[in-house]
Design a protein around this ligand. Structure first.
Ligand code: HEC
Length: 122
C-alpha cells in the first residue's frame, strides 16, 4: 500500500501571500462593513459613530441599511423625526423591539448617536 501523503505542493511564497491578501479583501466585501466615517472632524459625531457601531449597528446594520431594525440611511430619521428631540426621546424610551437606552447611554451620548444617524447616515 502506498502511504505517501497526497500531493499538496506548497505554493511559492509570493503567490501564497497574494492568496491571503485576496481572501481578506473577500472577507471585507462579504459583510464586514463599517459605519460610514465622519469627514467633518466633528468630535460629537465621532462619538456618535462609535456608539452606533457598538450599540445600534447589530440591528440597523453598520451603514444604517437596516436588519432587524428599520433602515436609517434613507432619510428616515429626518423624515420621521423633523424635531431631533423626538428622535432622542425614541432612543431613550425604546419602542416595541427597539430597546430603551435610558440606562445605557448618557444624554450626551444619546444626542451624539442621534446626530450621527441624521447627519452622517442621512
Ligand atoms: C435589538 C435591536 C435594536 C437595537 C440594538 C437598536 N434598535 Fe433602533 N430599532 C429597532 C426596531 C425593531 C425598531 C422599530 C421600532 C418600531 O417602530 O416598532 C427601531 C427603530 C429605531 C428608530 C426609529 C426609526 C423610524 O424611522 O421610525 C430609530 C431612530 C432607531 N431605532 C435608532 C437606534 C439607535 C440610535 C440605536 C442605538 C443607540 C438603536 N436604534 C438600537 C431595533 C433596534
Amino acid at each position: 500500500m502506498d502511504h505517501s501523503p497526497p500531493t499538496c505542493k506548497r505554493l511559492p511564497g509570493s503567490i501564497r501571500r497574494l492568496a491571503i491578501a485576496l481572501s481578506m479583501v473577500g472577507l471585507v466585501a462579504a459583510g464586514c462593513t463599517q459605519a460610514p466615517a465622519v469627514t467633518s472632524g466633528d468630535a460629537e459625531l465621532e462619538l456618535g459613530r462609535t456608539i452606533w457601531s457598538q450599540r445600534c449597528a447589530t440591528c440597523h446594520a453598520p451603514d444604517g441599511g437596516g436588519g432587524s431594525g428599520p433602515a436609517l440611511n434613507n432619510g428616515a430619521a429626518n423624515d420621521n423625526f423633523p424635531n431631533i428631540e423626538d428622535q432622542i426621546d425614541l432612543v431613550v424610551r425604546g419602542k416595541n423591539r427597539m430597546p430603551s437606552f435610558a440606562t445605557i447611554l448618557s444624554e450626551d451620548e444619546t444626542r451624539a448617536v442621534v446626530r450621527y444617524t441624521r447627519e452622517v447616515l442621512g
